[in-house]
Design a protein around this ligand. Structure first.
Ligand code: FCB
Length: 446
């Protein structure tokens, strides 16, 4: 096979999947999302997380499948409300179960990555003001210290906080996730506390586990002005990129939190507080100026001629724009830190798009690596269909199809594609010809 017939990834590159506790474990009754789901009208079709993928009892069913597919890594999150069910009381049985899971992954040959906060809070924390209350920083630190001390022999890679921007935007800007507020002051408070908590967690994790690799997972979208000639569109897109990426990236490098309008804040634990950058990438957005602070002055929409996933009409996770992944990875490379794609995937229940989306994104990732980006692994979102927050069970992101009623699992075609990529540590022309022949001229130009 000549060079053009194979896109080879570096040896040791991690091929994994990603999940979060609330979306897969089931019966997470002690957090704010469970309470939110019980309110009528909050989740699409009135769905609830319920038993989810039943991981609290039987995660090993999926771990076995991962092993069968030859995956080399998994990213999961641990649930604060299980580990610290009431303030200051840590639950050793819960930690033992997480030890069992991480050990189970490692025994099946997988590298583990653990996220410490993925959208959910214990009810006791939420009821004291959650991330708006400054005490959250110390509370988070205590929980992180306990958890890392208990799990450090089973995990080397830690994500402190998943997608702070999505958490803030959904909860305080759009007000459609708990705590359902529209509050600019709340946005600033939560942002600030999450950044401080990240910095403190970084230090704490290193104090407990000096060799640990610590990062965060950023929801990176490419915000482009709808009309590049229009100054207001450019500014609105710029503000979103600034808040979504620059504030975080820069703060974790030099310790300075850059709020808009020059209200800067120096926070020493934040200086040099990433060992790697995690990128969650789904789509790009065009931004049109709107004089509405709830939209952060910009309405997001997709390209009129774009190709959309199952969620196109809901306006989330939508447009096929893999070149944007290449662009983002190259931009983030400037910070000189290793990069992991900590999430990438799409909702596609019949799997008619996923093979091509997967190949298209991995091709662009490979291109960014050819130009020097230090990408160490790719975590597909997600392994098994799971509870997709406000969209409930309506959006199916899994390589494995799940019937939540019966817990029956069925691998989609994409699962075998991903297996073959992981096995070869490469994308071959033969694989492309089999799964998405229309991409052959793009991936392997003559
Ligand atoms: C990300 C979340 C993850 C999942 C995917 C589809 O924003 O981190 O929990 O919902 O989107």
């Amino acid at each position: 096979m000549n060079k053009q017939e194979k896109l080879q990834f570096p040896s040791g590159f991690l091929w994994g999947t990603a999940t979060s506790s609330h979306q897969v474990e089931g019966n997470n009754t002690n957090n704010q999302w469970w309470r939110f789901e019980q309110k009528p009208g909050k989740i699409w079709h009135g769905d609830r997380s319920g038993l989810a993928c039943d991981w609290w009892r039987h995660a090993e069913v999926d771990f076995d499948l991962m092993q069968t597919l030859g995956l080399s890594a998994h990213r999961l999150s641990v649930e604060w409300s299980r580990i610290e069910p009431t303030p200051g009381r840590f639950d050793h049985a819960a930690i033992d179960r997480y030890r069992e899971m991480l050990d189970g992954l490692r025994r099946r040959g997988m590298t583990t990555m653990v996220t410490l906060h993925h959208f959910t809070n214990p009810l006791w924390l939420e009821d004291r003001g959650g991330w708006e209350n400054p005490e959250v920083v110390t509370r988070f630190q205590h929980y992180v210290r306990f958890t890392v001390n208990a799990l450090r022999d089973l995990c080397e890679m830690w994500v402190t906080i998943n997608e702070p921007l999505v958490y803030v935007a959904q909860g305080w800007v759009r007000g459609i996730w708990p705590p359902e507020k529209v509050s600019p002051l709340g946005v600033l408070r939560v942002f600030r506390h999450m950044m401080q908590a990240h910095g403190v967690a970084y230090q704490t994790i290193h104090a407990c586990a000096p060799d640990a690799q610590v990062g965060y997972a950023m929801p990176v979208r490419v915000f482009q002005p709808a009309n590049p000639q229009r100054w207001l569109d450019r500014k609105a897109a710029g503000l979103k990129r600034y808040l979504a990426e620059h504030v975080w990236f820069m703060a974790a490098i030099d310790g300075k939190i850059r709020f808009p309008f020059g209200f800067d804040d120096y926070n020493h634990p934040l200086r040099e507080s990433v060992d790697f950058v995690g990128i969650n990438f789904y789509t790009r957005d065009l931004v049109r100026f709107r004089p509405d602070p709830r939209l952060l002055f910009g309405e997001e929409h997709f390209h009129p001629d774009g190709e959309f996933s199952d969620a196109g009409w809901r306006g989330v996770y939508s447009e096929y724009a893999p070149q944007a992944l290449n662009q983002i990875v190259r931009e983030v490379s400037v910070f000189g830190k290793p990069i992991y794609i900590t999430e990438n995937g799409l909702p596609d229940h019949d799997d008619d798009q996923r093979p091509r989306w997967l190949l298209g994104h991995l091709h662009q990732l490979h291109r960014s690596m050819q130009t020097g980006a230090d990408v160490r692994g790719f975590f597909h979102w997600t392994f098994t269909d799971n509870f997709e927050w406000s969209e409930g069970w309506g959006l199916r992101f899994g390589l494995i199809e799940l019937d939540p009623q019966t817990q029956a699992r069925r691998p989609r075609r994409s699962a075998y594609l991903y297996r073959d990529i992981a096995r070869d540590n490469a994308i071959t022309a033969a694989l492309t010809a089999h799964y998405a022949p229309e991409l052959l001229p793009v991936l392997f130009p003559a």
